[in-house]
Design a protein around this ligand. Structure first.
Ligand code: BMA
Length: 339
């Protein structure tokens, strides 16, 4: 990717953010014409990395103390959905805590141990890491919120929204003075609909001023759409990678696309891909506990070079990596936009 490295005196990097030269990375394979390409090491996290895990997928990874940390969805062999912490030197080889996270929580109302916890996102925001996930409230799914400084102790806040809701994804800074989150209102089952909404909060507890961001469109994103990794701030807008679902004769098919959202009014979609960036095509994406699922939940980036590494769950069973370069991705989004 040496062509994409920023040179002294050249234009400022497209991504507004820090350097992460040690992010996991593989160059685009020779002959590959796709804007996003898979790691040759996939699946980077196997389903049985812990002794009790049935599957490890839809998980969130961030840079931490020069290395990497994360919150992982580990469904156990009773098939309870749990969140575990993990650490890695290189973002590829992970040590995942064998025990689920026990959240410090002063408010008994927000505890719902029977429902399970799943699909975490992790966001560095001001002075700590915030975790959002699909949490149970009285047996119904909604968005749980917690924070940690060290990936050891986690402090749970109030649930963000009324049930039913999934895919709570925070923005990494305040916008117009407010904290901001994307989410996908849902129902209590395998929701056959889903739009992305934007909400703001002065304190990460009270959320309002809800705005519609995007509805399903056609093809791969015709049944529902939901936010994926924490949006990446770029000079062209917030880069949002999102999942889209198609209903086939064999059930749901989860793919991923990308959009650019207005920096100041992120509910305004500037561009959005008509084709997918990645759809289930490999054995590990097509075969597993839930076939035909790619589900991105985290992205690492190195702003100076524009390299982006995307972590995604495959077939609700394993965790995988894919790579892209921001300028090529933005060009692709603009050249193939629905909007
Ligand atoms: C969604 C969520 C995800 C899962 C996907 C496909 O509704 O439950 O955790 O990856 O379905 O099963």
């Amino acid at each position: 990717m040496s062509d994409s490295l920023q040179r002294p005196g050249g234009p400022p990097p497209t991504i507004i953010g820090g350097a992460l030269p040690n992010l996991p990375w593989e160059d685009r394979p020779a002959g590959c014409r796709d804007v996003l390409w898979r790691s040759t090491l996939n699946p980077v996290i196997p389903r049985n990395l812990t002794a009790t895990s049935n599957s490890i997928f839809n998980s969130a990874v961030v840079p931490f103390e020069g290395q990497f940390a994360g919150v992982f969805r580990c469904d156990d062999k009773r098939r309870r959905m749990q969140l575990h912490t993990g650490r890695s030197v290189d973002g590829l080889r992970w040590q995942i805590d064998p025990e689920p996270i026990v959240f410090h929580c002063d408010e008994p109302e927000t505890r719902d141990f029977n429902y399970g916890r799943y699909d975490p996102r992790v966001c560095w925001l001001e002075d700590r890491f915030y975790v959002t996930w699909c949490n149970g409230y009285q047996g119904y799914p909604t968005i749980g919120v917690a924070y940690t400084y060290d990936f050891k102790e986690f402090y749970q806040l109030e649930n963000a929204f009324l049930p039913f809701n999934r895919n709570g994804v925070l923005f990494p800074r305040r916008i117009g003075g407010q904290y901001a989150m994307l989410s996908r209102p849902s129902d209590n089952g395998h929701t056959p609909f889903g739009d992305v909404f934007y909400s703001v909060s002065p304190d990460l507890v009270h959320w309002g001023r809800h705005r519609l961001v995007m509805r399903p469109a056609d093809g791969w994103q015709s049944t529902k759409v939901g936010a994926g990794p924490i949006p990446i701030e770029t000079r062209e807008g917030w880069l949002l990678i999102y999942h889209g679902v198609l209903t086939s004769c064999n059930g749901f098919v989860y793919s991923a696309g990308a959009a650019l959202l207005d920096l100041d009014q992120p509910w305004r979609v500037i561009y959005r891909t008509a084709p997918y960036l990645i759809s289930p095509q490999t054995l590990y994406e097509c075969v597993g506990d839930v076939p035909n699922v790619v589900f991105p939940c985290a992205a690492l980036y190195d702003a100076p070079s524009g390299r982006i590494a995307i972590y995604y769950g495959a077939a609700d069973t394993v965790t995988c990596l894919a790579f892209t370069q921001v300028d090529e991705l933005i060009r692709f989004i603009k050249d193939n936009s629905l909007v």
